[in-house]
Design a protein around this ligand. Structure first.
Ligand code: DGL
Length: 218
């Protein structure tokens, strides 16, 4: 089993940010990556559809001898994690939300934490619920940014179009005065530069890749 691969999946290329971090932390592991570009974006799909797609992929990865599965997608992690765990109990299943919640709740106190993600992730309320459960001194300001994952998937990264969309979202009053921003979609590290450019003051932009990789390593 120890030589078997780790299975990683997302709706598209976003989860490669997680795969990349895992490869850095665990260079001797082999990985199988599944990007479900046929059904992208997950964030716009119904709960049932996300559960069905995710379970099918997880079963495929298990059939291909994966010794563990990482749901490298926040939309699927927030919607389908328990569904997959219930149906596949012979190997460990990891989501990308718990490691980041645990990191945030230990590191920050009395702060307003911004969260941007897909409709599925934000409407699930999972970040807010989990963060407040672990650290009630924090407050959480969430914003749906549904155009970003399809935009990235279409290759609009560092141009005027992507800059205008990113800036338009980030100027939303819901995110006013935040000093920490969680990138609650695994596609968003690919536009971290554009996100950072929007802010004139110092801000912590927190992506889950390194925390997830650290958690898997442990
Ligand atoms: N990368 C994904 C996430 O973390 C999904 C984007 C999408 O398919 O909507 O939520």
């Amino acid at each position: 089993m120890s030589k078997n691969p780790i299975g990683i999946f997302d709706s598209g290329i976003g989860g490669l940010t997680i795969a990349h971090a895992i490869k850095n932390k665990l260079p001797n592991e082999s990985l199988i990556y599944f990007g479900d570009t046929k059904h992208l974006p997950y964030g716009e799909k119904s709960e049932q559809a996300i559960k069905d797609y995710s379970l099918k992929i997880a079963e495929f990865l298990k059939k291909n001898n994966c010794k563990a599965i990482i749901i490298a997608c926040n939309s699927a992690s927030s919607t389908a994690y328990y569904h997959i765990k219930k149906n596949i109990n012979s190997i460990p299943i990891y989501n990308v939300i718990d490691p980041i919640v645990s990191f945030i709740s230990k590191k920050y106190f009395n702060k307003k934490i911004g969260v941007i993600g897909t409709k599925a992730t934000i409407q699930s309320g999972i970040y807010e619920n989990k963060i407040l459960e672990k650290n009630s001194s924090l407050s959480v300001a969430s914003l749906e940014t549904p155009l970003l994952a399809p935009m990235i998937e279409e290759g609009f990264f560092n141009d005027k179009i992507s800059q205008a969309i990113v800036h338009n979202y980030l100027k939303d009053p819901a995110l006013a005065d935040i000093k920490q921003l969680i990138l609650a979609c695994t596609h968003y590290p690919l536009i971290q530069g554009l996100i950072g450019d929007f802010y004139t003051q110092e801000i912590d932009i927190i992506d889950s890749a390194s925390q997830v990789a650290l958690h898997i390593k442990e």
